[in-house]
Structure formats: structure tokens, C-alpha cells
Write a protein that binds this ligand. Structure first.
Ligand SMILES: [Zn+2]
Length: 271
């Protein structure tokens, strides 16, 4: 071959190689029986969860999102496993020092992801252009070769009480169907079915912008063709939501509705 022909041949090989990798990753996600649940934020020994929290105790309980999910993630996992899927729960940082939360972490089989400084920005091993606090959770999730990744959070809009009804599942572009299916599940059994939301349905927000609020976790999953969602559907600063979630039976219903949404997505993937 002459020089230009060599060059064209080399370019074709690169293009075909990239296409093959894409197709392999897409097929891997589509056929994977694994769901990864990441408990958001981390637990500081002796201090408690370091996520969003209710402004005060006036609505019946003081809730913090990392502790909330240490307490209730096992219900999401149970729903996913009962449908026949494999479910992994993880969190960056150490096991909670609170004995009850530590017991629940064992019950959920939480994998503690080694993160030397939980507040530091790390670079993704899967997609080195992606850097963020908490990216090691996204990396661990991708190590599991999953069909779906769900980052378990609760939102907060204010340091004081404020009725807000803009709850949504934030998703990556390949996760729109996952987020929509999960939003439908929320609308069927939680939003204005126990948890007042003033007639506003659960939203779906596609995030392609790297650095805003967990965007890089979604992007790194997107670059591996893995549907991923951050659950930002309830506001701890909304007294209506906080009163609902403060009741353990309601919190269980909320967690199970998230699990049901995930299962419906997993079941519909090939249809
Ligand atoms: Zn959060």
C-alpha cells in the first residue's frame, strides 16, 4: 500500500475498533442482570451523614439523606432481588459508627468504597476526563458491569422550610427510559398518594453538563453506555415531604417505589 492508503486503512481500523467497543459495552449493559445502588454522600465517624438534612425537628423527625438511605436502601434491594436481579449496594467512606446504621449496612451488604478523602475530587479510572467528588462510586458501579446505576439521594432547596414540588430523577442521555419509568412509579404510588406534591408530577431531567451536581457521575456512566439516575425526587426542606418521610412505613413505601421503577425498567429493556 502507498502512504495515503496506509493512513486510510489505519483510520478505518480505529473507527471499526471504536464501533466494536461501543457495541460490546451497549450489549453488556443491555444484558446485565446487575443493578448498583449507591448511597449518596458519606458518614463521618462520630458526626453522622454529611448530605442534605431537614432544617430542624419541627416536622416530626430530623432526617439526613445519607443516613436515610443507610436505613432504607435494603427495601430497594429487596424489590430488585425479588424480581430476580442481582443488586449491589455501595457507599464511599467508612461504615457508620451508629450501631443501628452499622447493622442496617450489614443487612444491605453495603460495599464501602475506599475513598481516602471523601470530600476530595478524584479522577475516573474508566473515563479519565471525568473528575468529581464521589466519582469513585461511579467507577465502582462500572466495575460491576451493571444494567443500571441508581445514586440514592434526597434533595434540599433551602436551609429553612420551603414548599417546593420540583422533584425529579436526574439522568444521563442513555438513562432517560430508566428515569421515566422510575418517575411513573413515583407518580403511581407516592406523589400525591401520601406524599403531598400539590398536583405536580415527578420530573425527569437529562444532565449532559459535566460538573453540576453529580453530572460527572452520570457522564462517566453514559460513556460506558450504562443508564444512570440520581434520585432527587423528595425535598428535605419541604415540610410536606419531610413529614411523609419521617414515618418509617412511608419511607419504606418510598424506597420500594424506587425499586419497582428500577425493576420495570430492567424487565422492559429488550421489548
Ligand atoms: Zn445528595
Amino acid at each position: 500500500m502507498n502512504k495515503p492508503a496506509h493512513l486510510i486503512f489505519a483510520l478505518l481500523c480505529v473507527l471499526l475498533g471504536t464501533q466494536c467497543t461501543q457495541q460490546r459495552l451497549q450489549r453488556q449493559a443491555l444484558e446485565s442482570p446487575t443493578v448498583v445502588l449507591d448511597i449518596g454522600h458519606y458518614y463521618a465517624p462520630g458526626k453522622g451523614g454529611q448530605g442534605a438534612r431537614t432544617p430542624d425537628a419541627s416536622q416530626g423527625a430530623q432526617l439526613e439523606e445519607c443516613e436515610f438511605w443507610y436505613r432504607y436502601a435494603h427495601f430497594v434491594k429487596e424489590v430488585v432481588e425479588q424480581a430476580g436481579y442481582h443488586c449491589v449496594v455501595c457507599n464511599r467512606g467508612e461504615t457508620p459508627t451508629d450501631p443501628e446504621l452499622a447493622r442496617l449496612a450489614r443487612q444491605s451488604g453495603v460495599v464501602q468504597i475506599k475513598t481516602p478523602i471523601p470530600t476530595a475530587v478524584y479522577r475516573s479510572q474508566h473515563h479519565p476526563d471525568r473528575m468529581a467528588v464521589g466519582i469513585l462510586s461511579a467507577d465502582y458501579a462500572l466495575d460491576c458491569k451493571p444494567g443500571a446505576v441508581v445514586f440514592l439521594h434526597l434533595n434540599s432547596e433551602s436551609d429553612s422550610w420551603l414548599v417546593s414540588n420540583k422533584g425529579a430523577f436526574y439522568c444521563n442521555p442513555v438513562g432517560v427510559t430508566l428515569a421515566t419509568t422510575m418517575a411513573n412509579s413515583m407518580n403511581l404510588s407516592i406523589f400525591d398518594h401520601g406524599m403531598p406534591n400539590n398536583g405536580v408530577p415527578c420530573g425527569v431531567v437529562v444532565r449532559t453538563d459535566g460538573h453540576r451536581g453529580g453530572g460527572d457521575w452520570l457522564n462517566t456512566c453514559n460513556e460506558s453506555f450504562v443508564p444512570a439516575v440520581i434520585t432527587e425526587v423528595a425535598f428535605l426542606s419541604n415540610p410536606q415531604h419531610a413529614r411523609f418521610l419521617a414515618q418509617p412505613a412511608n419511607a419504606e413505601r418510598f424506597a420500594r417505589a424506587i425499586g419497582i421503577g428500577i425493576v420495570r425498567f430492567m424487565q422492559q429493556r429488550k421489548s
